[in-house]
Design a protein around this ligand. Structure first.
Ligand code: DGL
Length: 269
């Protein structure tokens, strides 16, 4: 048993897709979440910058004495997971492995689509991970950077003509490739799940990278005897405007925020 908090970070709102699942699975956990909203989006940044930002994000969480950390960001995972795992003695998980494993479990035709940020797609990490797990898999990848901007501005609901237009442009060519499984490899994208599901159709299974990673983290906490007991809590930090982050986060989390979002000052040297 360990009552220290679990640390979770993302560039902004996207990692809350993992937090929502963690709260559902492990209501006793204390969760500390950092949204690096002063530097969002991560998806167009270089690998070197992403490693630096990720180190700073995790260093902030470690000042709160977290017992484990989840990089709830596809982009940061593809760039920085090995470095952060090597540099920290606590368990550090990313979102890629769990999402790939799930996609390979649910596919029938071994054609798996990936939508993610430009940096994640460029890295090739999702594709390599899947090929290591299953040599027969065929993958199709598409970067969807505008999705991040839409989500960060609270624009992700069905019926929003801008959202629908952007989603059709990205997803119709993906649908035409015949994939039967689509990894939402950027944690921002499950907020657009309804829109994406409508375009891809019922025959395509969507894999939510954040939620899959939350399940993997729950397994690790259980295996390592790190679970907490009692009533858990959620504390949110944002490196940008905390009030704005709170307004966007609350409807998505499906629970009233017990505490106001706090400002995060990151060590950027
Ligand atoms: N949510 C992040 C991801 O999973 C990053 C999106 C961004 O900041 O571009 O890739």
């Amino acid at each position: 048993m360990d009552h220290r908090a679990v640390g979770v970070f993302d560039s902004g709102l996207g990692g809350l897709t993992a937090v929502r699942e963690l709260r559902r699975l492990l209501p006793s956990e204390n969760i500390i979440y950092l949204g690096d909203t002063s530097r969002v989006p991560y998806g167009g940044k270089s690998e070197e910058t992403l490693v630096r930002y990720s180190r700073q994000d995790l260093a902030f969480l470690r000042t709160k004495d977290v017992k484990a950390a989840l990089i709830a960001c596809g982009t940061a995972t593809t760039a920085a997971l090995p470095a952060l795992q090597q540099e920290n003695e606590i368990p550090v998980l990313g979102v890629v492995d769990a999402a790939c494993r799930r996609a390979l479990e649910v596919t029938d035709n071994h054609r798996i689509g990936l939508i993610a940020t430009a940096a994640s797609v460029r890295s090739g990490v999702y594709e390599r991970t899947m090929r290591t797990m299953d040599g027969a898999v065929r993958t199709v990848s598409c970067a969807c950077p505008l999705f991040v901007a839409l989500v960060e501005n609270g624009r992700y609901r069905r019926g929003d003509p801008v959202v629908e237009l952007v989603a059709r442009e990205y997803l119709e060519p993906m649908k035409a490739t015949g994939v039967d499984t689509l990894i939402l490899g950027c944690t921002h994208f499950p907020l657009l799940q309804d829109v994406i599901a409508e375009i891809m159709g019922p025959e395509v299974t969507l894999v939510n990278a954040g939620a899959e990673a939350a399940r993997a983290l729950a397994d690790v906490l259980r295996e390592k005897d790190l679970l907490a007991a009692g009533e858990g809590s959620l504390r949110l930090y944002a490196s940008g405007d905390p009030a704005e982050f709170g307004q966007l986060a609350a409807p998505f989390l499906d629970e009233p925020l017990e505490n106001p979002v706090e400002p995060a000052v990151l060590e950027t040297e």
